[in-house]
Design a binder for this molecule. Sequence first.
Ligand code: FAD
Length: 451
Amino acid sequence: MEKINTLVIGAGQAGLALSEHLSNNGIQHMLLERSRIAESWRTARWDSLVANGPAWHDRFPTMEFEGEPPDSFPSRDRVVKYFEDFAKQVSAPVRCGVEVTRVSKNSKGPGFVINFREVKGVSDTVSCSGVDIDSSRKVASNGNGVGEIEALHVVCATGPFQTPVIPPVLPATLEDELCVKQMHSNEYRNPQQLKKGSVLVVGAGSSGGQIADELLRSGRRVFLSVGPHERPPRSYRGRDFVWWLGVLGKWDLSTVDPDTAHVTISVSGARGGHTVDFREYAARGMNLLGMTSGYRDGVLEFADDLNDTINNGDASYLAMLDEADAYVERNALDLPLEPNARTISADPECMINPILQLNLQEENISTIIWATGYRNDFSWLECDVLDDQGKPVHSRGVSGEPGIYFLGLPWLSRRGSSFIWGVWHDAKYIADHIGTQHEYMAYHLSRQREQ
Ligand SMILES: Cc1cc2nc3c(=O)[nH]c(=O)nc-3n(C[C@H](O)[C@H](O)[C@H](O)COP(=O)(O)OP(=O)(O)OC[C@H]3O[C@@H](n4cnc5c(N)ncnc54)[C@H](O)[C@@H]3O)c2cc1C
């Protein structure tokens, strides 16, 4: 059976960042990727998506977005190219088209046994990704395309957003009954993809807000079910919100405030970047609704909470301006005043007379897009590292089972952990942890040889 020191599962930004640090620490490793490098950016995002943060920020410290103005928001495809280039820059030993199906403790020795299967059709795309695979590092499967590898360390870098979640509000038969198509935001590509008719978008985080805005601009009639959110200013006093989050220490927060754990962040880099303002969306014709709460006989029901939700979002926005102003004053920074940023427009009709019920047929709703997030799926991980709900138990990515690590999860060590720039720092911590263990083992083996 092939043996390797460290096996990394997933070649998205997390796996690639880790590869750089493992190489720096001299740790032999391999990345198994069931699809292609940065596959989530290729196929689980809509066509017009741009990075939520500007090019100077949403990147690894060791590589810039070459040719991209620092304050621009790189396109989805440019982000894919960035990660392909990065894989080449660090000579990441990636094996594409190999899916890990099981990780279990090695009953015959130290470490773990990793079962995998080759995914037909994907290996051929390795050359498309432009990364040369060292043939000695190719995994050896038997004739059936399955195989096993032994590793002392296994890093699960399989993504913060794995399995799309659609709340069970509507019957799965809705399409047959009312010709209403339901899809998750990860299936949405562009307005032309949707059937003619009005669209309901559920969820007003960064995905739902941007998709609803794009549909409205394309001429669709759009309903948006808005939940608790924060909507930071895209920029204030000449600095982007990612800068403000940085200087105000908010990226580094290490624990989620239980009161705001369910509060999503709505930001957008679309069309050069703008502050998400749901009142402004409503002024342009978007129908805002409260939280989607139930369904009966063709009628969707919504909580009477839109006013509170919008007002709370506005309050979070204004609070951030206050914090920014205080920071400017405290540090005597010369940044221009921006009093207009504090203008909150009047309540739109949908806040004054909230819509609490929507008859899907009467409103000609042909598509419902659920921008309602994701959950983890570690069902292939047969080690004692998950809680009763299947969530990883770890401290900064180090699990209680020596040798099993997690990387890229939201809040792994801090708020920035699942974002491009943040995962690089977590990856260094994990690689250093593996490096330290490696040194202890090297000492043990050298003493053993002497005896
Ligand atoms: C719509 C959207 C927009 C975002 N925009 C930004 C942004 O602008 N800036 C930012 O910093 N962050 C952004 N993020 C957050 C984050 O950067 C991305 O989700 C990013 O893709 C996470 O990288 P990752 O490597 O942790 O996971 P992923 O990119 O999901 O990579 C995980 C990889 O693991 C592979 N894999 C999974 N299971 C297996 C298995 N069993 N065997 C082998 N391979 C497996 C997958 O194929 C995948 O390629 C965005 C997220 C979303 C959903």
